[in-house]
Write a protein that binds this ligand. Structure first.
Ligand SMILES: Nc1ncnc2c1ncn2[C@@H]1O[C@H](COP(=O)(O)OP(=O)(O)OP(=O)(O)O)[C@@H](O)[C@H]1O
Ligand SMILES: [Mg+2]
Length: 236
């Protein structure tokens, strides 16, 4: 059986309190991802997708419930431990790539290595170049973000997310600001990297065609996960 990379048990998230009213936006989420999973997280605007991703990404803490990464409970981790866990287990791809404009594509890709290990080894540089070549960016490694197209910038951001060999990549609308042709190319790249490196992906997308290309779709509605749709259900 594939190894569990992520487990959420009864996760709730509330905002506010004090002067502002307390609002619960996630009402008890249970979710498991195993190694190599390729999962779409879908749901209407405001349903809690980004909140869920931010909790899994250790950018926020749950109000109740448990979050496990691999076999480590992380819901009570200190700030320092969370930073270390993020570097060890997770990669992030956002709708807007957040590449550093003053640095080349290759330097941007190497940033997480520098942040995680404090230095860059020749092997790291080789992996960066190989991944950039793998994603069709060999000729662009020494360009800065503004000299690249939107799709190329997003591919650099994807390579950056993979540098530290994460177990799980969290992607919040990774193709949200790309035209549909480029979006499909970028999505196909995520899929290939998922298969080649065995990395699990949890991908928020509003595009039903892209969601349909995932192994599994999980639907959030008003802060709750809907039961999985069954292929053999009547009328479905
Ligand atoms: N920091 C915050 N403080 C208070 N409420 C918040 C906060 N962050 C999110 N919310 C609320 O939580 C709910 C879920 O927001 P979230 O951003 O997770 O939705 P989403 O599914 O990602 O939506 P979209 O598809 O528009 O990106 C919304 O009602 C939002 O207003
Ligand atoms: Mg969102």
């Amino acid at each position: 059986m594939a190894e569990t990379v992520l487990e959420l048990r009864g996760v709730r998230k509330r905002y506010g309190g004090g002067a502002s009213p307390l609002v619960e936006v996630l009402h008890g989420i249970d979710l498991t991802l195993v190694a190599g999973d390729f999962v779409a997280l879908v749901g209407p605007s405001g349903s809690g997708k980004s909140t869920l991703l931010n909790l899994v990404g250790l950018l926020e803490t749950p109000s109740e419930g448990e979050i496990w990464l691999a076999s480590e409970p992380v819901h009570h981790a200190s700030d320092a431990a969370r930073t270390a866990l993020r570097n060890r287990y997770l990669g992030f791809v956002f709708q807007f790539h957040h590449l550093l404009p003053a640095f080349t594509a290759e330097e941007n890709v190497l940033m997480p290595v520098l942040a995680g290990h404090g230095r860059i080894s020749p092997a790291d540089r080789e992996r960066a170049r190989a991944l950039l070549a793998r994603t069709g960016l060999a000729a662009h490694a020494h360009k800065r973000p503004l000299q690249l197209s939107g799709g190329q910038q997003q591919r650099v951001a994807i390579v950056r997310a993979l540098m530290n060999r994460p177990r799980l990549v969290l992607a919040d609308e990774p193709t949200g600001n790309l035209d549909s042709h480029t979006a499909h190319d970028v999505f196909a790249l995520l899929r290939e990297l998922n298969r080649e490196e065995g990395i699990a992906f949890l991908i928020v997308t509003h595009d039903p065609a892209l969601a349909a290309r995932c192994d599994r779709q999980v639907h959030l509605q008003d802060g709750r996960l809907l039961p999985p749709a069954r292929a053999d259900a009547p009328g479905g």
